[in-house]
Write a protein that binds this ligand. Structure first.
Ligand code: SF4
Ligand code: SF4
Length: 124
C-alpha cells in the first residue's frame, strides 16, 4: 500500500471531524487489531469503523495531536488524500455529502487549499 503524500503539515482534520473511518478487510485491514463499532454506509452496507474518543468526533487513536498507530493504521488512513477526494466530487456531490453528514466541509476545504501541491498530471 502506497501512502498518500499529502502535505498535511500537522493538520489532522480528517482524524477529528467525526467522519467514519471504515475498515476494509478485503483490502488488508486486520480488523481484530482495532477498537470498532458497526456502521451502515449507503452503498456499502454494514461496515466496521474505528471508535471515537471521548469528544465523540476524534478518532480514538488520535493522541496528543498525532496518530498513535500510524505504522498499522487502516488502509483508508494510509491512502486518503483530501486533494483527490475534493477533485473526485462535483460541487453538487460535495454539498450532498456534507448535508447528509457523510463528509465534512472542512476536509473538502483542506483538500481545495492544497490543490496546488498535486503533481502536474492532476492539471496543476
Ligand atoms: S484533511 Fe488533508 S491535510 Fe488534513 S490531515 Fe487529512 S489528508 Fe492531511
Ligand atoms: S487511525 Fe490514525 S490516521 Fe486514522 S483516523 Fe485514527 S488517528 Fe487518524
Amino acid at each position: 500500500m502506497e501512502r498518500a503524500a499529502v502535505p498535511c503539515g500537522g493538520c489532522t482534520l480528517c482524524c477529528r471531524t467525526g467522519d467514519a473511518i471504515a475498515l476494509f478487510p478485503d483490502k488488508g485491514d486486520k480488523v481484530a487489531r482495532y477498537k470498532t463499532h458497526l456502521i451502515n454506509v449507503p452503498g456499502f452496507g454494514m461496515l466496521l469503523a474505528l471508535d471515537k474518543g471521548p469528544d465523540g468526533k476524534s478518532c480514538i487513536y488520535l493522541k496528543g495531536g498525532r496518530c498513535s498507530i500510524w505504522e498499522w493504521s487502516p488502509i483508508v488512513c494510509q491512502s486518503f488524500d483530501c486533494r483527490r477526494w475534493y477533485l473526485s466530487k462535483t460541487r453538487a456531490e460535495r454539498r450532498r455529502l456534507v448535508r447528509s453528514g457523510w463528509a465534512s466541509q472542512d476536509v473538502f476545504n483542506a483538500g481545495r487549499e492544497r490543490l496546488s501541491t498535486l503533481p502536474a498530471e492532476y492539471g496543476n
